[in-house]
Design a binder for this molecule. Structure first.
Ligand SMILES: [Zn+2]
Length: 116
């Protein structure tokens, strides 16, 4: 019996991250590229939460300010102002994090796979 020839390694669960990109900010695998943000330096994918975390650390936020995702790779510092009548949200600053001109290859592949 030549059974040893079919000796498949059983540790498949440890090698599922082979082809997945690594986030430069936290060093962990990015499993959901649909939620990833493209690095403005090199176009590599980053965790959405890591970019959010990075921006909230580097931007000086007031106590009534927070960072939110506006869309198209753009974040905004949102200031909530309490008027006597209502709470209003204004975008104090826009942060274009993704480099729009440099369309990332990994994102194009997702678009292709989603048939967008
Ligand atoms: Zn990360």
């Amino acid at each position: 019996m030549a059974r040893f020839r079919n000796n498949k390694p059983h540790a498949k669960s440890n090698s599922t991250s082979e082809n997945l990109p690594i986030c430069r900010m936290c060093g962990k695998v990015i499993r959901n590229l649909n939620l990833a943000i493209s690095d403005n330096l090199n176009g590599e994918p980053l965790h959405f939460s890591c970019v959010l975390d990075y921006l909230s650390r580097t931007e000086k936020l007031g106590s009534d300010e927070s960072i939110c995702y506006i869309g198209s790779g753009c974040f905004g510092i949102v200031k909530s102002e309490k008027n006597s009548l209502k709470n209003s949200l204004t975008i104090r600053k826009r942060i274009q994090y993704e480099n729009i001109e440099k369309k990332s290859e990994w994102r194009r592949q997702i678009m292709d796979s989603l048939n967008l």
